[in-house]
Design a protein around this ligand. Structure first.
Ligand SMILES: NC(=O)c1ccc[n+]([C@@H]2O[C@H](COP(=O)([O-])OP(=O)(O)OC[C@H]3O[C@@H](n4cnc5c(N)ncnc54)[C@H](O)[C@@H]3O)[C@@H](O)[C@H]2O)c1
Length: 276
C-alpha cells in the first residue's frame, strides 16, 4: 500500500476493482495520475490491480468491501476521508451475472441479483453522499448495462436491477446537479470479462449463450474504460460504449415495438434451444 495519499491527482474510488471493467477503469485513471481506492470482495484481484496501478506510476490502496453491506461501504468512505480528505470520482461498478426465464427464477435469485447490482449502487451512493454534499463537488459514475434499456429475454432480474441503476442515476442527475455533483451512467452491451464467474441462474444453457455474446464484443474492457473516462469528462450523462447499443437505443426511442418484436423473436429462439 502507498502511504502518501494526501496529495496528488484526482481521488477515484472503484468498486469491483479486482477484475474486468473495474480494473480497467482503475488503470485508465492511474494513467491520469489519479489516487485510487480499490474495493472488491476478492482480495487477490485487488492486490493485482494495485500492482498494475503502481506499474503505471499511480498510487492507491485497496480495501475489502462487499457492496451488499452498507457498513463496509461506510468504512470505505471513512478511509477515503481519513487518507485523502475526500473524493473526486465514485465509480459504482461491482456487479454479478444472472439468467433464466422468469418462471424458473426463484425469489432468492431475484433478491441476490437486486442486492448486488441495484442495492449495491444505491448503498454506494448513500455511503459517499455526506462527503460529496459537504464538498459540493465530485462525480458519480454508475455502471448500468444495455440490459437496462433493451430487456433481453431470459434475464429479467438482471434487466430490472440495471434499469433501476439507470433510474437512480437519472434521479441523482437532477437532484445533485444543483449541488455541483455530476452523475453519469454507463450502459455497455456484452464484452469479455470474468463476469460469468459470478453467474447464478436456473439454466446453464443461458450461461453458455451469454459466454458467446461476451466473446463476440468488438470492443474490450480497456476500450470501454477509455470511453467512460473521456465521455464522463465531457459530461455525457448516458454513456453507450457499443455502436450497436447506440443504434438499438435510437431505434427503441423512435419505435419501441421494433425492439419488442426483436426480443420476442429472441425469446422464442431461446425457448426452442432450452427444449432441445
Ligand atoms: N461484461 C459485460 O458484458 C457487461 C455488460 C454490461 C454491464 N456490465 C457490468 O459491468 C460491471 C463490471 O462487471 P465485469 O464485466 O467487469 O465483471 P467481472 O466479474 O470481471 O468484475 C466484477 C467484479 O465485481 C466484484 N463483485 C461482485 N460482487 C461484489 C460485491 N458484492 N461486492 C463487491 N464486489 C463485488 C467481483 O468480485 C469482480 O471482481 C458490472 O456491474 C456488470 O454488470 C458488464
Amino acid at each position: 500500500m502507498q502511504s502518501n495519499m494526501q496529495t496528488g491527482g484526482r481521488r477515484v474510488i472503484v468498486t469491483g476493482a479486482g477484475s474486468g471493467l473495474g480494473r480497467e477503469l482503475a488503470l485508465r485513471y492511474a494513467k491520469e495520475g489519479a489516487r485510487l481506492v480499490l474495493a472488491d470482495i476478492q482480495e487477490a484481484g485487488l492486490k493485482d490491480t494495485l500492482a498494475m496501478v503502481g506499474a503505471l506510476g499511480g498510487k492507491g490502496f485497496w480495501q475489502r468491501c462487499d457492496v451488499r453491506d452498507f457498513s463496509q461501504l461506510a468504512a470505505l468512505a471513512q478511509s477515503c476521508e481519513e487518507r485523502m480528505g475526500g473524493l473526486d470520482v465514485l465509480i459504482n461498478n461491482a456487479g454479478v451475472a444472472s439468467g433464466g426465464f422468469f418462471w424458473d427464477l426463484s425469489l432468492e435469485d431475484w433478491e441476490w441479483q437486486i442486492s448486488i447490482n441495484l442495492m449495491g449502487v444505491v448503498k454506494g451512493c448513500k455511503a459517499f453522499m455526506p462527503m460529496l454534499m459537504k464538498q459540493r463537488q465530485g462525480r458519480i459514475i454508475n455502471i448500468g448495462s444495455m440490459a437496462a434499456l433493451m430487456q433481453a429475454p431470459g434475464m429479467s432480474n438482471y434487466n430490472v436491477a440495471k434499469a433501476g441503476v439507470v433510474a437512480l442515476s437519472e434521479s441523482l442527475l437532477v437532484e445533485l446537479q444543483p449541488l455541483g455533483i455530476k452523475v453519469n451512467v454507463v450502459c455497455p452491451s456484452f464484452f469479455q470479462t470474468n463476469l460469468l464467474d459470478s453467474f447464478r441462474g436456473p439454466d446453464q444453457a443461458s450461461k453458455q449463450q451469454i459466454a458467446k455474446l461476451l466473446e463476440s464484443s468488438p470492443i474490450t474492457a480497456a476500450e470501454i474504460a477509455d470511453i467512460v473516462f473521456t465521455q464522463s469528462e465531457a459530461d455525457t450523462f448516458m454513456i453507450l460504449p457499443h455502436e450497436s447499443g447506440r443504434a438499438a437505443w435510437a431505434v427503441k426511442q423512435g419505435n419501441p415495438q421494433v425492439i419488442y418484436d426483436e426480443m420476442i423473436r429472441l425469446a422464442v429462439k431461446k425457448m426452442a434451444l432450452a427444449e432441445s
